[in-house]
Design a protein around this ligand. Structure first.
Ligand SMILES: [Zn+2]
Length: 45
């Protein structure tokens, strides 16, 4: 299983967190722990 550490920056509040991304990261959604906005990786990434 491949897992990558990825720093996610919330575009809403600028909060940064390091997350372990699953290898199906194109399907991965992440909710910002600071503002609760739901983030997703950039398209085509
Ligand atoms: Zn946020």
């Amino acid at each position: 299983m491949i897992a990558l550490n990825s720093v996610i920056t919330c575009p809403n509040c600028g909060h940064q967190e390091t997350e372990i991304m699953p290898d199906d990261a194109c399907q991965y959604f992440y909710d910002c722990k600071n503002c609760s906005k739901v983030l997703k990786p950039e398209p085509g990434d």
